[in-house]
Design a protein around this ligand. Structure first.
Ligand code: CA
Length: 229
């Protein structure tokens, strides 16, 4: 059964959403404040999150941003103001869908189902490929997006994971910082290639025994980085 988290401070709206979703067979939990909602969204395994924009403590913008740093859980953002929805679309925070309140509960249910199906297809297709990269003591489980060093799991942010995986999938190839920035950060950020350096440093701290003598990601001075095999 899919588990859904509703982060919404208007209790009547939250209850209505929950009632309809439960009728459709979903397991639903509600949080009324932004800070608790954020904690649960990041620390627990929900299949989808319905996120109100205007919330006490921490607002929906911030919550969505934080969720995306950690996970790919589908997020549907809701707001009473159409202007806000246009604004958040423009910010590219990584929400999967946007709805303006009031909306019909049946439309919400339809969208929830569509996003869950899409997400399961995504997960399912990568699961079939069963993609695991293993190089010496490093194991990258692309399906579960997890990284292990000698069977000990290390916590990676989304970008750290993407960067490490990209390099490991293209071993012995030297990439410039610019290339890596374009590849991993795409159009999301205004170019600052120092971001690449910072992420490489963080990755090394997690996977290398001695960060001064990296055995996985090698610095090619004046050029960029190479994943050694
Ligand atoms: Ca609200």
């Amino acid at each position: 059964m899919s588990k859904i988290l509703i982060v919404e401070d208007e209790e009547s709206i939250a209850d209505l959403e929950r009632d309809y979703l439960e009728l459709s067979g979903f397991e639903v939990e509600i949080e009324n404040s932004g800070d608790v909602g954020l904690q649960r969204a990041v620390n627990e395994d929900f299949d989808l999150i319905i996120l109100d924009l205007m919330l006490p403590e921490v607002d929906g913008f911030e919550i969505c941003k934080k969720i995306r740093e950690e996970k790919n859980t589908p997020v549907i953002m809701v707001s009473a103001k159409k202007d806000d929805i246009d604004k958040i679309r423009g910010l590219g925070l990584g929400a999967d869908d946007y709805m303006t309140k009031p909306f019909s509960p049946s439309e919400l249910v339809a969208r929830v189902k569509a996003h869950l199906a899409r997400y399961e297809r995504l997960i399912g297709s990568s699961a079939q490929e069963n993609e695991i990269i293993e190089i010496r003591g490093l194991k990258i489980d692309k399906t579960a997006r997890r990284v292990y060093i000698n069977d000990e799991e290390k916590t990676f942010t989304t970008k750290e994971f993407d960067l490490l995986t990209f390099l490991a999938q293209n071993p012995n190839h030297v990439f410039t910082k610019e290339e890596l920035f374009q590849k991993i950060w795409d159009m999301e950020s205004i170019g600052d290639i120092a971001t690449v350096t910072v992420h490489i440093k963080k990755i090394r701290e997690k996977i290398e025994v001695n960060t001064a003598k990296p055995q996985y990601i090698e610095t090619i001075w004046g050029v960029g980085y190479r994943f050694k095999v």
